[in-house]
Design a protein. Structure first.
Length: 226
């Protein structure tokens, strides 16, 4: 168990990622499911900020991410040191990140994260993004979440699991994401059907990563689960 006294708030994308974290924690308490995409995340967090945290609260963001480099493969656990969006950079809490890194030791790699406004689906684009940004992994919610909480004076660490590698394409799911950050089942299904091989690879990678996400949550909060 990495935390010493107060249980941190865990922020995680809604859906399967949220469910995996709750299974690992054996509870939904202190877990906030957020929508997909930066603007949707900020709008959602603004609606509940007065009820859930204060400057003394610590936040751990968890979820899945995509790899931008060959060395990070499906199932790898990564801990962000910072997160990049366009030309802006936000640093994660040094003390909370160091605490997590010490606790997880050889189970985790320290990385630079990149937040994208859309799904990064091609191996070619992943390579390009890694070259121009210097980032190791990519997500769609990290920067907005980090920026929101830091403006509120709240410490944030970010821990994710790689669900797709940098060598293969995945289906383009951008059209399946609503403006409110929810997924539309029909467009999602159509996107998957159009690229069956890539879809199969994504599903397998996601299932493996979700299992690791559940396991690392259980490891971090073992005492809380008892």
């Amino acid at each position: 168990m990495f935390y010493q006294s107060t249980m941190p708030i865990i922020v995680v994308p809604q859906g399967s990622e949220y469910k995996a974290v709750c299974r690992g924690l054996n509870s939904k308490q202190n877990v906030i499911p957020i929508p997909v995409g930066g603007l949707a995340v900020i709008r959602y967090l603004q609606t509940c900020q007065d009820k859930l945290w204060n400057p003394q609260t610590k936040v751990l963001m968890m979820g899945l991410c995509g790899s931008l480099r060959d060395r990070f493969q499906v199932g790898d656990i990564v801990l962000y040191s910072e997160c990049i969006y366009e030309t802006k950079v936000q640093q994660c809490s040094r003390s909370l990140t160091a605490e997590l890194y010490t606790h997880l030791q050889d189970k985790v790699s320290l990385v630079k994260g990149l937040t994208s406004d859309r799904v990064v689906c091609s191996a070619k684009e992943k390579l390009h993004l890694s070259e121009i940004s210097g980032a190791d992994v990519v997500d769609m919610e990290g920067f907005a979440t980090l920026e929101f909480f830091q403006q509120a004076g709240v410490e944030v660490a970010m821990l994710r699991v790689v669900s797709d590698d940098s060598q293969h394409d995945i289906p383009d799911l951008t059209s399946a994401i609503n403006s409110d950050g929810s997924l539309q089942p029909l467009p999602l299904a159509i996107s998957m059907i159009r690229q069956p091989i890539a879809a199969t690879r994504l599903i397998r990678g996601s299932l493996r990563a979700l299992k690791v996400l559940e396991e690392v949550t259980a490891f971090l909060f073992a005492k809380h689960n008892v």
